[in-house]
Design a protein around this ligand. Sequence first.
Ligand SMILES: [Zn+2]
Length: 218
Amino acid sequence: MTSPSPLVSRVGRFLVLHEESFVGVSISSNVYVLGDEGSYYLFDASGHPDLLSYLESAGIHGSLIAGAFLTHGHYDHVRGLESLRDYSVPVYLSNRDRRLMEETIRGYPSCTDLSDASGVLSRLGLVSILTPGHTPGSACFYSPGEALLISGDTVFSDGYFGRTDLPGGSDSDMLESLECLSRMKVEVLLAGHGPVVHEQGSRHISKALSCARGMLRR
Ligand SMILES: [Zn+2]
């Protein structure tokens, strides 16, 4: 494969590898990268089996990746872990989505439940919030200091929210999760798909909640 040229932008502390970067796959998530004292943490791992080539094109070597946090276990967010196996990058994911992840990535060497990741996250100024609905183990990552939310496939820009009709999805859980997120102060919204929201993220979440209230059954 020739060296890929990922579409990269920066939002505060985060580098964004936009989903359009990943060529030759039917669907991929965005990937957010947080640098921390010379090492890097990934938030979602794309749907491209050779994520590592994209990261290296963006100047991030595999040996410097200290962990990968997953918002949920769908293949378009986890498939890139295949290329990180050799580096045994620790993966953090809700146990409730572990089986889903293993449908795509079998026998990954190191996978920790999010409930045991609060130490690592707090050092990065983040907390995880379980937001089931799209999948049973969907989670968001929140930075109170930056009012920044990494929202996976729970909520997107412009009032869109994640589908609930795939296995393990739940309308009532999605409504509760969106209610929970709508009570938080969010400026920057970094969703699993689509564009980055740089300000007034809470407005996008409120819009998603009101759309969901009209469409989903409790
Ligand atoms: Zn998904």
